[in-house]
Design a protein around this ligand. Structure first.
Ligand code: GTR
Length: 397
């Protein structure tokens, strides 16, 4: 036992020192950012100019989706044989006056095997549904005191008071956030054929799959207005939220807070966290193919400014923190600013982003696309939520 504990302490120590080393070696100097030559979202692989909805949806969107699936995130499998929902009663409801708590086991089977994941859903009490719902993909396995909610990160009571239902599931319930154990969830049980495939699913595919199963639950729930479903992720789960929504059109609004490298930020800027840094520290997040671009971001057939177009015309929101240079706030801003062109040029949304990042007035809330940057460090704070909720108020139709 003692040896095992020592082993985990050693692993933790190695992980922390790899992080510090990677962050210290990163480029934070704008003058060293390479001149950006980005792939064009509006030119097809055969060189055809894409400037209308039919060509976008029939030709270019599928091309871009396929590239993200094969070289960045890996497959998010959609097939299974059966799904069932069972309410359990294990934890105390932290909001007996404000909410009904539903702890739900979702069991999915495929090829004779099954996996059970858990979501926790709070429904406003003494208000009339059906309610819009906000799902947070949470990666804190359990809060230190064993509670279901940490208000500093997931402000459940504020959301309930504003008339939203809100739910979360822990990433661990479908794929542990760990290089040694990430397969010990749906990958081993339900989708073992994905193992070893260069474009096979890893943690992001699995976390996206979990979000889709939560949506399956919302869709059959009489107290939820599933057409008004909102998906939220911070950092690693912000990347997962974006990939989920690119796969699943049932999400009305998608919010990625400080999702950085492999999420909001342009990879070609090589500012802060790079493709190599993220693949070395988290080899189990993205498809194995992504590793081919370690140090060679300029050879990627896509860049992250092409990701919002996969979610369009549904609403999308990004945010950054000035103290979170590792996530490259300017790269995140450019990701959404350039990404919003599909919203305006193909879907006719009214969007005007400021041209300069350095002088922008935050928040920027446009039709279906929004962004803010705040002071402070890497975190999902009430300030982030409150800007986002204002955007939701304007865009949830
Ligand atoms: C960091 C990682 C980032 C981001 C972050 C987080 O260590 O480098 O890409 O995902 O973790 O999830 O908090």
């Amino acid at each position: 036992m003692k040896t095992l504990i020592n082993y985990f302490i050693l692993l933790l120590f190695i992980q922390i020192s790899m992080t510090v080393q990677a962050q210290n070696q990163a480029n934070y100097d704008e003058s060293k950012v390479p001149a950006l030559v980005l792939p064009d979202p509006f030119v097809s692989e055969k060189g055809m100019l894409i400037n209308n909805l039919a060509d976008w949806e029939k030709i270019r969107r599928p091309e871009i989706f396929h590239l993200f699936e094969s070289v960045v995130y890996g497959i998010l499998p959609k097939n299974f044989d059966a799904i069932s929902f069972e309410k359990v009663n294990e934890k105390e409801n932290p909001y007996p006056d404000l909410a009904e708590l539903e702890e739900v086991n979702i069991t999915v089977s495929r090829n004779g095997k099954s996996h059970t994941m858990r979501i926790n859903l709070f429904l406003p009490k003494d208000k009339k549904g059906p309610f819009p719902v906000i799902l947070l993909i949470n990666y804190q396995p359990t809060y230190p005191d064993g509670s279901l909610v940490d208000e500093a990160f997931w402000p459940v009571s504020e959301l309930l008071k504003r008339g939203y239902a809100t739910a979360s599931f822990h990433a661990e319930t479908v794929a542990p956030d760990n290089n040694e154990t990430y397969k010990n969830g749906i990958i081993n049980t339900l989708y073992p054929e994905q193992i070893g495939m260069p474009n096979g699913m890893k943690a992001y595919g699995a976390w996206g799959w979990g979000s889709m199963r939560a949506m399956d639950y919302f869709e059959q729930h009489p107290q939820i207005d599933s057409k008004k479903s909102i998906l939220v992720g911070h950092s690693r789960t912000g990347k997962a939220a974006l990939w989920t929504s690119a796969n699943d059109p049932r999400w009305a609004i998608t919010y990625a807070n400080e999702s950085g490298c492999g999420g909001a930020a342009l990879s070609r800027r090589k500012y802060g966290e790079t493709v190599e840094a993220i693949n070395n520290r988290f080899p189990y997040w993205f498809a194995d193919n992504f590793k081919k671009y370690n140090g060679k971001e300029e050879t990627l057939p896509i860049d992250q400014h092409m990701l919002p177009g996969l979610i369009a015309p549904r609403a999308i929101y990004y945010s950054s923190a000035k103290g979170d240079q590792w996530a490259d706030p300017k790269g995140e801003f450019l990701g959404i600013k350039l990404g919003s062109r599909v919203y305006s040029e193909i879907y006719g949304k009214k969007i005007e982003f400021p041209s300069e990042f350095e002088t922008l007035k935050s928040p920027i809330h446009q039709e279906s696309v929004g962004y803010h940057i705040r002071e402070g460090e890497h975190n999902l704070t009430w300030e982030d939520w409150s800007h986002f909720l204002e955007f939701v108020g304007k865009n949830l139709k």
